[in-house]
Design a protein around this ligand. Structure first.
Ligand SMILES: Cc1cc2nc3c(=O)[nH]c(=O)nc-3n(C[C@H](O)[C@H](O)[C@H](O)COP(=O)(O)OP(=O)(O)OC[C@H]3O[C@@H](n4cnc5c(N)ncnc54)[C@H](O)[C@@H]3O)c2cc1C
Length: 411
């Protein structure tokens, strides 16, 4: 059978490894950490995944935590007014529920499953020189190492990367003890709280190493009042800062957070990165070629919660392309076509995410405001997180937005 090397055991690498393994491929997976190191390490994401991406996991029968993870049935938007009240406040219903399973739980579990099923797991932080060697012994080398150093093999695609600097400073805290939103006590939703000019606070339930928890995730405009987490090493200090900023900018979320405590010492994360699209094919010093997967080639800011969703969609698209290609060589033309198939969906995610990072134009403010009065608009906006291609129909172009709002209002 064909031999495939996958470098990087995250959402895309593991999903692809398990998928190929079930189709009889001889898969080697290289990870720079063991399952136990991942499980006992630091949180990596908020990893909220919507129905289409979750379905790819169900299709492979690897949705092991589906019955334990909270079902996220809606997505809400609140906009802070200068006096601390909410100028906008609505929640849309998702057609299919979303879920967040802490990547420490999922990646560690999937890695063990891959090994138990006979997959070859190599614990090693791969360098370009390793790939040079392996590209000669494997039929295909896939690099799914996220935003790590191996991305340097893949040139930045400037035409598809409008930003060269990070657009948000990120700060995540996993907590136990968060109360419900009093207006919807039994309805789990992702809550997007927008603080104009300052940043965003996302709140969502998750399944972590100690069971159900909630995530408090600040995205701060660089240099602004939320950009204060860099250099904070103590997790309790990180949580205290998170709460202080919630009290100041989103008091309605702070009101339910007064009794929270961190899930564990690894329950915080801070960082930033520039959203970047790269050339999908890496050329090794010895002439071999490797294909980049998911974040390696398309890394968007997490403001729209899409990276894990995209990683799942990328893994599904690549799996189909590999299987369909049969015994033919995985040459440059195939690599390009395989990436282009993924870019068909990824381009919508990149366009929408980059738009959300900018200052919203008036028609977008109108749309978000109108969703508070028109339920179908709230629902459609929420379901756009599952299928961002739909934003083409009503989000970017002021004329399409007004036509859409008029059609809903008239219905
Ligand atoms: C704060 C934050 C919040 C987020 N929230 C969401 C969200 O709500 N929803 C969503 O969909 N996405 C979210 N994302 C994005 C999402 O987490 C990523 O896009 C997704 O995990 C990318 O998957 P991947 O497989 O490309 O890479 P990763 O999941 O990053 O996996 C890469 C793996 O490769 C390993 N690795 C790196 N270098 C090497 C090497 N040289 N050799 C071997 N192994 C290596 C890494 O350790 C890692 O295990 C968020 C991201 C951040 C930072």
């Amino acid at each position: 059978m064909r031999k495939i090397l996958i470098v990087g055991a995250g959402q895309s690498g593991l999903q692809l490894a398990l998928g190929l393994q079930s189709q009889g491929y001889e898969v080697t997976l290289m990870s720079n950490r063991t399952a136990d190191e991942i499980r006992s390490g630091r949180v990596m994401s908020t990893q909220c995944m919507f129905d289409t991406a979750l379905q790819h996991e169900r299709d492979l029968g690897i949705n092991f935590w589906e019955s334990q993870a909270p079902q996220i049935k809606g997505l809400g938007v609140s906009v802070a007014a200068p006096d601390g009240s909410r100028a906008v406040d609505w929640v849309g219903a998702l057609d299919g529920y979303a879920q967040s399973v802490d990547q420490r739980v999922k990646m560690a579990g999937w890695m063990e499953t891959f090994a138990q099923r006979g997959g070859q797991l190599v614990i090693h932080g791969a360098a370009v020189s390793d790939l040079d060697y392996f590209s000669r012994t494997y039929d295909l080398v896939l690099v799914s190492a996220g935003k790590g150093e191996l991305v340097s093999m893949f040139g930045r695609d400037a035409a598809r990367s409008p930003y060269s600097e990070p657009q948000r400073a990120l700060a995540v805290a996993y907590v136990h003890g968060l109360g419900p939103r009093p207006e919807h006590p039994d309805f789990d939703a992702v809550r997007c709280n927008l603080v104009p000019g300052v940043g965003e606070l996302f709140v969502m339930p998750t399944l972590t190493t100690s069971g159900r928890a909630d995530i408090l995730f600040w995205e701060g405009v660089p240099g602004g009042p939320l950009d204060v987490f860099q250099g904070v090493k103590d997790p309790s200090e990180h949580l205290a800062l998170t709460l202080e900023l919630m009290e100041r900018f989103t008091p309605w979320e702070y009101a339910r957070a007064t009794k929270v405590e961190l899930t564990d010492a690894g329950g915080t994360l801070a960082g930033r990165y520039a959203p970047t699209v790269r050339n999908p094919i890496g050329r090794l010093p010895g002439g071999g070629l490797v294909l980049g997967v998911a974040d390696v080639v398309v890394a968007n800011d997490p403001i729209t919660g899409q990276g894990s969703n995209s990683a799942s969609k990328c893994a599904a698209a690549y799996l189909a392309s590999i299987v369909e290609h049969g015994d033919r060589a995985f040459d440059e033309a195939w690599m390009r076509a395989t990436f282009d198939r993924y870019w068909d969906t990824a381009q919508h995610v990149t366009k929408w995410t980059n738009a959300m990072l900018g200052v919203p134009p008036e028609h977008v403010l109108n749309l978000i405001g109108a969703a508070g009065q028109l339920r179908p608009v709230a629902d459609r906006f929420a379901n756009g997180f599952n299928d961002p291609a739909d934003f083409e129909n009503f989000f970017y172009d002021p004329e399409k937005t007004s036509a859409y709002l008029a059609s809903v209002a008239g219905a």
